[in-house]
Design a protein around this ligand. Structure first.
Ligand code: KG4
Ligand code: ZN
Length: 333
């Protein structure tokens, strides 16, 4: 079964053709980063307008690159939420029209479940049950995944998402957007233990996160120490990154122990951070826990993961009607 996947929840317009839920025939991502970069973050109205311009050429390109005919597409899957409403509407309405015109089933995919499905697109997949982290600019959620359809939310951020903290710290240091990759490169040259930023672990046994205290602490440090040279910024970047990695790793290991899982999957934009993957892998080795992460092209927003999730939904008859709407807030259903 060939599925057309569509993603437009934030600042990437993406389309992908995936066969039988796992074979990626094409995956096209049109990023809006250059436009939002000027403003130091995503401007929702600009994002919607750019999705409208990009959606048709991106879908055309995905079909062309997959070397298939439009008639070969058996189903459509599009991100329904959570995300920016205006941005979601563009991809979801396009998908509704495409499905209606060609009389195809349409799956309305949860973006967070789609990120977890990026793990199933790899050769080396985690086995059920496993712990999954979705860590991006909008979310820091830990799930206990027991099947292709059961995602038990164990914890989430109470304020900023981890990726958002990377972006905000990068902005404070005048480094540009998105901050994660810039901070990771800059951090490589410095000792991560040089500045001791707080690790907020919240109540004992909690799998929730809070990154706002860390963010304020970094802001205070930058102000009090008049941080301005590239060298000083790199030092702040390294110590900040270490604090985030420590908290994420600790909560993941705790969750794995609590649920007796020996597989952990990390997904979403921040899972592209090699330092995070390496440190987590190192920490998990002596506990006999294996770490799984998507390839770099599947960490951030893409439509292959949407098509993969849509494939299982369509097989179960979990499809959308034309009067179904998008949703903005975190929801797993
Ligand atoms: O999943 P994603 O592409 O979009 C959202 O759904 O948010 O994630 C984007 C986020 C941004 O906050 C970006 O700074 C962060 O992922 N990110 C990283 C890295 N690459 C992207 N954070 C840390 N290290 C990275 N290498
Ligand atoms: Zn995402």
């Amino acid at each position: 079964m060939i599925v057309l996947g569509i993603e437009s929840s934030c600042d990437e317009t993406a389309a992908s053709i995936v066969q039988n839920g796992t074979d990626i025939l094409s995956s096209v991502v049109a990023s809006q980063i250059d436009v939002h970069n000027k403003y130091g973050g995503v401007v929702p109205e600009l994002a919607s307008r750019m999705h409208i311009e990009a959606i048709t050429p991106v879908v055309d390109e995905a079909i062309k690159k997959a070397n298939i005919k439009i008639e070969d597409i058996a189903a459509v899957a599009a991100t329904r939420g959570p995300g920016l409403i205006g941005a979601l509407l563009v991809g979801f309405c396009f998908a509704k029209s495409f499905a209606w015109a060609r009389q195809l089933p349409l799956a309305g995919v949860n973006h967070l479940e789609a990120h977890i499905y990026s793990l199933f697109l790899m050769d080396k997949k985690p086995a059920f049950p496993f712990i999954a982290l979705v860590v991006s600019g909008g979310h820091t959620n830990i799930y206990h995944v027991t099947s292709y359809d059961h995602f038990e939310l164990l914890g989430q951020t109470r304020d900023d998402a981890a990726g958002e903290a990377f972006d905000k710290v990068a902005k404070m240091l005048g480094l540009g957007y998105p901050g994660g990759p810039i901070i990771e490169i800059l951090a490589k040259t410095k000792d991560p233990g040089a500045i001791s930023f707080p690790r907020t672990l919240l109540e004992k046994g909690s799998f929730d996160f809070s990154f706002s205290g860390l963010k304020s602490s970094v802001a205070r440090y930058i102000h009090n120490n008049n941080i301005s040279s590239k060298d000083e910024k790199a030092q702040v970047a390294a110590s900040f990154q270490e604090a985030v990695i420590d908290v994420l790793s600790q909560k993941l290991m705790n969750a794995a122990q609590y649920k007796k899982c020996n597989h952990i999957g990390i997904t979403g934009g921040v899972s592209a951070n090699k330092t995070f993957v390496d440190k987590l892998s190192c920490k998990s080795k002596d506990k006999n826990i294996e770490i799984f992460a998507p390839s770099a092209d599947l960490c951030g927003d893409n439509a292959a993961m949407v098509a993969a999730r849509g494939y299982t939904m369509i097989q179960q008859g979990n499809t959308c009607r034309l009067d179904h709407d998008v949703f903005s807030k975190t929801r797993i259903d």
